[in-house]
Design a binder for this molecule. Structure first.
Ligand code: HEM
Length: 405
């Protein structure tokens, strides 16, 4: 007979001193004799099997829409303003949105942007190559995703600065002091909404070769996205596609700076790019975890999780599960460590919609940087961003490298 989770004697999650990145490890101490611990808002699982079981079980719903509530926000205007998003939608609503938008996010569409990605990353390295030193978090990672998201959406170069500001302001939604940023976030969302509606009108009358045009045209069995849904998707692309990519690039560079042999190998053999990206994201993913809540009473492993129970899902820890990966604590871009995928893009119905684009961005950036920044070394302490709601990366990462490439 299954036992309600709150009747079990479950240990509480213990946090390591310092932060996760200082040793490219986990920020929590996980007991080996249990598969579940109590966490800040509910419970946490971290074994590969449990993580994938929870993420693939549709009765566990995304906690994304409940972040404001978890952070203690009660401002009605703010809560209403957030509306429905693909990140938090469930059931038929999510299925419909996902079916309509998926073709616009295909690997083929991402591949179209690869030459542009190379142009952007080359342009950024040009600004630091002669000096042989840089703050890679600020000089390369921070600016990299914005032009690409703009190009993807079909926004002109003259608006890159605007998008950069919007992305930064809207992403405050993930900061720990979100409560003090509500007005700023809402004002920015209004500006972005007005901009997107204008762009939608332009694309309706004059279609172009971009994501927005594809999304406007997206149709299945006579069903189409409404204007509100198009605006929501642009918002989701900015929220999901900027900070994640820049932080993942930052984590990757920190990791390679500590593994010079792997960096030299990537410069020599750029064909390793695909595997290098998977191994980097497995070993040191920028999205450390996500969360779900039980939409109904759920029985799992002889335990009942009553409706409403929160469960944090440790993607970073699952990526180092010895039951799934060979030598998970060794960073090696030549090895295939498992038949199973790394989990930094999640799993199940909310599996990252932008994964093809993100993979392409990293696959283009890393070998190019390895070639142009040989002998990459850390040049002083890295300042890591505070642990927010699951996304993690460097705020400052001073490095030196051989100049003039
Ligand atoms: C390295 C970069 C990225 C990482 C690590 C990442 C990670 C993730 C993860 C873990 C999820 C699932 C969250 C959950 O299950 O709770 C997700 C969902 C999502 N991502 Fe990404 N992402 C990245 C880049 C992108 C990009 C470039 C875009 C857009 C162009 C994007 C758009 C989205 C969207 C729209 C969703 C929601 C999908 C849904 O709910 O159906 N992501 N991402």
């Amino acid at each position: 007979m299954a036992t309600p989770v709150h009747e079990l004697d479950i240990p509480t999650m213990v946090f390591n001193e310092g932060n996760v990145a200082q040793r490219f490890g986990s920020d929590v101490v996980l007991p080996s004799d249990t598969w579940i611990v109590k966490s800040l808002f509910g419970y946490a699982v971290w074994h590969y099997d449990d993580v994938t079981s929870v993420l693939r079980d549709k009765r566990w719903h995304s906690a994304a829409g409940r972040i404001p509530e978890i952070m203690g926000i009660t401002d009605e205007r703010f809560l209403q303003r957030q509306g429905i998003s693909i990140l938090s939608a469930e059931g038929d609503t999510h299925l419909r949105l996902r079916r309509l938008v998926a073709p616009a996010f295909s690997p083929r569409q991402a591949d179209r942007l690869r030459p542009f990605m190379r142009e952007v990353i080359n342009g950024l390295v040009d600004t630091v190559a002669a000096a042989g030193k840089a703050d890679v978090a600020v000089d390369l990672c921070e600016p990299y995703p914005i032009p690409i998201i703009c190009e993807l959406l079909g926004a002109p170069k003259s608006d890159w600065q605007l998008f950069s500001r919007w992305a930064n302001d809207i992403l405050e939604i993930f900061s720990l002091d979100v409560a003090s940023k509500l007005d700023l976030i809402m004002r920015t969302q209004d500006e972005l909404d007005a901009y997107t509606r204008d762009l939608i009108e332009q694309r309706r009358s004059k279609p172009a070769d971009d994501l927005l045009t594809d999304l406007i045209a997206a149709e299945e069995a006579g069903d189409k996205l409404s204007n509100d849904e198009l605006v929501m998707m642009v918002n989701a692309v900015i929220v999901g596609g900027t900070d994640t990519t820049r932080n993942q690039l930052g984590c990757a560079l920190g990791l390679f700076a500590e593994h010079p042999d792997q960096w030299a190998l990537l410069a020599e053999r750029p064909e390793l790019a695909q595997r290098a990206v998977e191994e980097t994201m497995r070993y040191f993913g920028a999205v450390r975890g996500t969360a779900r809540f039980a939409s109904v009473d759920i029985e799992y492993r002889d335990v009942v999780f009553p409706a409403g129970t929160f469960v944090s899902v440790g993607l970073a820890e699952a990526n180092r599960d010895t039951a799934v990966f060979d030598e998970p604590m060794v960073f090696d871009i030549t090895a295939q460590k498992s038949e199973q995928p790394q989990l930094t893009f999640g799993s199940g119905i909310h599996y990252c919609l932008g994964q093809a684009l993100a993979r392409a961005e990293l696959q283009e950036a890393l070998p190019l940087l390895a070639r142009r920044m040989p002998n990459l070394r850390l040049d002083g302490p890295t300042e890591w961003k505070p642990d927010g709601v699951g996304i993690f990366g460097p705020a400052h990462m001073p490095v030196t490298f051989d100049a003039g490439h």
